[in-house]
Design a protein around this ligand. Structure first.
Ligand SMILES: Nc1ncnc2c1ncn2[C@@H]1O[C@H](COP(=O)(O)OP(=O)(O)OP(=O)(O)O)[C@@H](O)[C@H]1O
Length: 299
């Protein structure tokens, strides 16, 4: 039993931001919530936190309805960061930790552990405004997890971070999941979602257009990518039946084909022409799937 979102709709006046959304995230899962800007991700997260009431439908965590009173079980990294610039990191975390019912010694111990893990132990006594945006984000992350929530909601956790800090935060997120935390996160960076989530959904105008296990989603997507490295001109492939996209790159040619059978035809065609140094048929990337499902009708 985990998180159950059942037929949830959220309207703002006449506008429907979330449209009859049903999804389940079993306890312990890491779940990716994708969607173009305005698709309804943040609105969904706010409902999960009890900050917004669904217009229709039900949301429950471990079989019981989520209300604002239960937010001690939930951790939230909001998209718009909400720290007090003038406060010292330590005072900020003490304040937020106390709101979650923690005692001072536990808050300080957790804070030290996390600052150490993020390689910034000296930040405890710095004011928030003295920190760079990326480092403020680390503090905001600590604020979201300091009370060891069972359910963690991360809205764009990696935005604005340099690659080293992305790795640090990713490591922390994976560790939390290994320790049993259920995690929902949104990201516009498909490679992060591919790396972290086995399960995901893509929202489009408040409705899920893709939902399930990443591996199954990829398998059921018939289009494939083909990579070819050869020493001769392959530009005529661009006009071959079933070849949807053709791109010449420094390493070779990248194609998108309609179906695996087309890849077979392409292979035959080029093998007859001469030596093929490399020929690979790849599953579509999450990026390809996102563009296909959301991109064309993107408004
Ligand atoms: N309080 C509100 N009043 C009116 N409309 C709202 C309100 N909150 C959100 N919306 C609208 O609902 C839609 C969904 O917004 P939401 O913030 O959930 O999208 P999102 O998927 O998180 O987008 P992004 O990727 O840009 O963060 C948007 O069109 C937004 O303008």
């Amino acid at each position: 039993m985990g998180l159950d979102i059942t037929n949830v709709t959220k309207r703002f006046g006449a506008f429907t931001a979330v449209d009859d959304l049903t999804l389940t995230v079993p306890a312990g899962q890491m779940f990716g919530m994708l969607g173009a800007n305005g698709a309804g991700k943040t609105t969904t997260f706010r409902m999960l936190l009890g900050l917004l009431q669904p217009t229709e439908g039900k949301i429950s965590w471990k079989g019981e309805e989520i209300t604002y009173q239960r937010t001690n079980e939930v951790g939230y990294l909001p998209e718009e960061r909400g720290l007090y610039p003038k406060l010292k990191v330590k005072d900020q975390l003490l304040y937020l930790g106390r709101l979650k019912g923690m005692d001072k010694a536990t808050i300080l111990a957790e804070m030290e552990k996390w600052l150490e893990q993020f390689k910034v132990p000296e930040y405890a006594t710095k004011r928030i405004e003295e920190l760079s945006k990326g480092n403020q984000q680390k503090i905001q992350f600590i604020a979201a997890v300091i009370h060891k929530p069972e359910l963690l909601i991360l809205d764009e956790p990696f935005s604005g971070l340099d690659p080293v800090n992305v790795e640090l935060l990713k490591g922390a997120v994976m560790e939390l999941q290994q320790n049993g935390t259920t995690i929902l996160f949104s990201s516009h960076r498909m490679e992060h979602v591919e790396e972290l989530c086995e399960h995901l959904c893509i929202l489009h105008h408040g409705k899920p257009v893709v939902y399930g296990k990443l591996r199954e989603i990829k398998k059921s997507f018939s289009k494939k990518n083909v990579f070819i490295a050869s020493d001769y001109d392959l530009s005529s492939l661009a006009d071959q039946a079933g070849v949807l996209k053709y791109r010449q790159t420094a390493e070779g040619v990248r194609l998108q084909v309609e179906h695996e059978d087309v890849a077979r035809d392409v292979f035959q065609f080029i093998a007859e022409k001469g030596f093929v140094r490399k020929f690979e048929v790849e599953e579509p990337s999450l990026h390809d799937i996102f563009i296909e499902k959301v991109g064309e009708s993107y408004a």
